[in-house]
Ligand binder design. Sequence first.
Ligand code: FMN
Length: 324
Amino acid sequence: MDVIDARIERIITASAHAPSVHNTQPWRVELEGNRMLVHADPSRQLRHSDPAGREMYISCGAFLFNVRTSARRESLTAQATILPSPHDKLHVASIRFDPALGPDMDELELSVAIDRRATSRTPFDDQPLDSDVLLEIQMAARDEGADLHLIHPSDPTRSNVLTLVRRAEALAGEDAVARGEEAAWTATTAARHDGIPQDLLGPSATDEQAPVRHFLASGGDAEFEHRSTMAVLSTPDDTPRDWIAAGEALEHLLLVATTYFVHASFATTVLENPTTRHDLRRALSLDGWPQMLMRMGYSATHPHTPRRTIEEIVAPGEPETAAE
Ligand SMILES: Cc1cc2nc3c(=O)[nH]c(=O)nc-3n(C[C@H](O)[C@H](O)[C@H](O)COP(=O)(O)O)c2cc1C
């Protein structure tokens, strides 16, 4: 790798803190002068659970939001052209950096939240979220062209959603290929710079009243909260462009949540199965396409999953093959 501007190096390091399905980090970066090209890396795609690459693009969208946000901290603006090449669907975005005034307080707060955000798979406090905070979180999703449908603790649709989550988890549990794919990216060793280490997988929920993914290597059981706010992020359509927007919306809303000490975790198995995804859309009467299901609440700060180094991310030429 050529010597790169220290600011661009800091932007890439911050951007790589983005959430990604199973911490696959399916992004690759090329640098061309003052432009950054972000590519999706299909060798890091969950080919079986995510055949269309929807979750891969969502993850790249989250990376992209971090590029935009961390650029502001460096007194740059990041002008992104999404899917610039009609012949290369893996070319997620071309980003041009231009000098600008320093960040305002809101921009600075969001950029600082990038390092603090982490998925929290532990039980939350049984404490409802402040409605003004929820509104701000919803506005963040809307800013990126997505919608965040809230499912409050008393919402009658809540039990339907939990039933669908359980059904999807049961079906995935019987799918040997899906289990093998999950095993390749979870309970990973300390030498790996990707995947989810066992101690961060969190416990399984004893009474299944909270939407949490059942990882095969989960460490024991725990009683989860009954009153977390659940939310479904959706987009008007279901194309790679929508998936990238969903990723940007996801990271934007998670960073806003982080500034209010609100944590989130996800249960997306229900959206990986086309039947339960369709049923969830119907159960909530969503106009758009559901892209992420999450629970939000207050909990202890969660430790961070590992990340690949800049040298691994800014890799010209052939992308790596998925480890293990
Ligand atoms: C598209 C997508 C789907 C995800 N699905 C789940 C899920 O079903 N269960 C879960 O616990 N985490 C899920 N996550 C969170 C990732 O596992 C997490 O972002 C990754 O391990 C990196 O950890 P961090 O968020 O703490 O930085 C998902 C993230 C993305 C972007």
